[in-house]
Design a protein around this ligand. Structure first.
Ligand SMILES: [Zn+2]
Length: 282
């Protein structure tokens, strides 16, 4: 695979009782950072994997019923999470941004999508369809805020489902194939079903030779993968499909147990992010 630069950076956070995210967890609220992948391709520019939180999230959750989302998931978006401030803090050159890769359309993953409205948006057709269908209330119940992704962006969509399938290196087993987003084998989208409609991860190898699987919200923590411990059924059934969720988790658990070099990074797990930074320039 063509190797890419990679950083895994926080942009805002939210609070959930831990028990919602892992069986047997505590009732205490825990902070979950929203992590954004900054992927530097050697010749095609910089791609973001998700956007984390953005002040646009506050605006989108002002009206009812969208406000329910913010009530049930209190969000922390600091001054440093403003778009320009966040780019500057991490020395990301906005003119080099070449596309947005969307794991899924939950509000905490696409809150900043409008900042990238002119760029290609790599995403699942099933996810975008879900964002555009159903009542406002039903969408909020599923964690979807259609206002965060301007309708004009639909014309920029490059669907995972339409990309050519390519084999993955053995380091990603039992995941064997991915969808080749750029046509050069550098970034392969891997379907990780169950969390919600159109939920995908991203496989690549960093400049240092580290294989990485960004797994979005397939789990909330690396510990859940290591222990094959899903959230309670009530959480997974609310937004997705429990049987498919658990089958995906079992695959991630298998990958974790059999590929010691593979970094599997959930979008809200600070411990996994810290471990990666420990072994990588991060
Ligand atoms: Zn999600």
């Amino acid at each position: 695979m063509i190797r890419v630069g990679f950083r895994w950076l926080e942009r805002g956070s939210c609070r959930h009782p831990q028990v919602m995210t892992i069986k047997g967890g505590s009732l205490c609220p825990v902070d979950f950072p929203a992590l954004v992948g900054v992927i530097e391709h050697p010749s095609r520019g910089t791609f973001l994997f998700d956007t984390g939180y953005d002040p646009a999230f506050i605006k989108a959750t002002e009206p009812f019923p969208e406000r329910l989302y913010r009530w049930t998931t209190p969000v922390e978006i600091g001054a440093g999470e403003q778009w320009q401030a966040w780019l500057a803090r991490h020395a990301i050159d906005e003119s080099q941004l070449a596309g947005l890769i969307v794991s899924h359309f939950h509000g905490d993953h696409v809150a900043g999508a409008a900042r990238l409205a002119q760029l290609p948006m790599y995403c699942a057709r099933a996810g975008l369809d879900a964002l555009r269908s159903g009542s406002r209330f039903a969408r909020v119940r599923h964690g979807l805020l259609a206002a965060l992704v301007p309708q004009a962006m639909d014309a920029q969509a490059r669907f995972f489902e339409d990309a050519a399938e390519r084999p993955l290196p053995s380091a990603f087993a039992p995941f064997t194939h991915g969808r080749d987003l750029l046509g050069d084998g550098s970034l392969l989208a891997v379907e990780l079903p169950g969390h919600c409609a159109g939920h995908w991860g991203l496989a690549f190898v960093t400049k240092d030779g580290q294989p990485v699987l960004l797994c979005g919200d397939a789990v909330w923590s690396g510990a859940a993968i290591a222990q094959n411990r899903p959230p309670p059924r009530v959480t997974t059934a609310l937004m997705g499909d429990t049987a498919r969720y658990r089958a995906t988790l079992a695959q991630l658990h298998h990958a974790h147990c059999h590929n010691s070099e593979l970094a599997i990074l959930p979008s809200h797990c600070p411990a996994s992010a810290a471990r990666l930074r420990g072994s990588d320039a991060g």
